[in-house]
Design a protein around this ligand. Structure first.
Ligand SMILES: [Zn+2]
Length: 335
């Protein structure tokens, strides 16, 4: 779909539209103004040949009514939209001012950096036991890599989604693939420690997880399931994927007893993790709190931001579970 209205207004010194665009630039100046009604205006003034001035005034933020149809997703968020940029540079510049995707970008970009640093330096951060080996580093790195992939794909998507419908569509698919990567890497890594002495159990449940992951990835990449109508069902499928973590816990309880499984899989932390994921997905699905006060949570505090924060909290709970399970295995081997 082509959006006809240009957000740019070209004015000369005396307010007339007469300066050619291809004149060589001599000097540039940029000014940002906040209008009385709260609309942020960005003015770029360029001094060009023969002391002529080209002034470009652009509104930075737009309302739900002004953005093109393809950018509309949540009608309870009224203001703070970055209009379709068609420019990678303008998407990057949008990182420097607040708009309704800013918190979505940074709530995943900053933790992604921490995940990456932890992965690079886990040799020094991890408690080392006499029996700690390469496989431990691989399993812990697997989870950290899954977390980094998820958070980085998500923040990149939120940064570039104002570019164009094509970029937003592709980025959204990568965003879902990132979630799949996080769930698969989380489950396989903890299963390794939970069933460290039972290879058939580890392989069975890991295969189940990977199969579920492939199914979810396929649904995420298929255009048919990407419409707004399918959003609650997509979210439910991902929740079901997360809930499939219960299967190895139940199987473990039958095989080893509840008490032993509780410590092997660090079930306390896995439960916290599940609660945070489900709460995040629920808020995202029902669009709370912006649903009860449309326009009040445009920049800060809307459901997608809460979802992002809860995903990070849940991932931290999983990391705690993983470290606990890792320590338990090695303490037992040493004893
Ligand atoms: Zn997101």
């Amino acid at each position: 779909m082509v959006f006809e209205v240009s957000p740019f207004t070209l004015l000369s010194n005396d307010g007339k539209l007469s300066i050619p665009m291809d004149e060589p630039t001599i000097k540039q100046r940029q000014k940002v103004e906040v209008q009385p009604e709260g609309v942020i205006m960005e003015e770029r003034t360029t001094l060009i040949k023969d002391n002529k001035v080209k002034r470009v005034t652009k509104r930075r933020l737009y309302t739900w009514d002004e953005i093109p149809e393809w950018q509309r997703d949540n009608e309870h968020i009224i203001r703070g939209y970055v209009m379709e940029t068609k420019s990678l540079r303008d998407c990057i510049i949008a990182l420097t001012y607040w708009h309704n995707e800013s918190i979505n970008i940074y709530t995943h970009l900053i933790p992604a950096c921490f995940f990456l640093l932890t992965m690079l330096f886990n040799e020094y951060l991890l408690t080392h036991f006499r029996t700690t080996g390469l496989i431990d580093i691989i399993m812990i790195d697997l989870f950290l890599l899954g977390g980094f992939t998820c958070l980085m794909m998500s923040s990149t998507f939120h940064c570039l989604k104002c570019h164009s419908i094509e970029v937003a569509t592709f980025g959204n698919k990568l965003d879902y693939l990132g979630i799949v990567a996080l769930i698969v890497s989380s489950m396989v890594s903890i299963l390794y420690y939970g069933f460290f002495d039972n290879l058939p159990y580890f392989l069975t449940f890991s295969s189940l997880t990977i199969s579920f992951g492939i199914a979810c990835a396929t649904v995420s990449l298929s255009d048919r399931f990407r419409t707004r109508e399918w959003r609650p069902y997509r979210a439910m499928l991902f929740v079901a994927f997360g809930l499939s973590a219960l299967i190895p816990i139940i199987a473990g309880a039958f095989r080893y007893g509840v008490k032993e499984t509780w410590v092997r899989i660090q079930v306390k932390w896995v439960i916290f993790e599940g609660v945070f994921y489900i709460l995040g997905a629920f808020l995202y699905g029902v669009r709370f709190p912006e649903r009860v006060a449309p326009g009040k949570f445009d920049i800060w505090g809307h459901s997608h931001q809460l979802f992002h924060v809860l995903v990070v909290v849940a991932a931290c709970c999983h990391f705690r579970a993983l470290l606990g399970a890792y320590a338990l295995v090695h303490k037992r081997i040493v004893l």
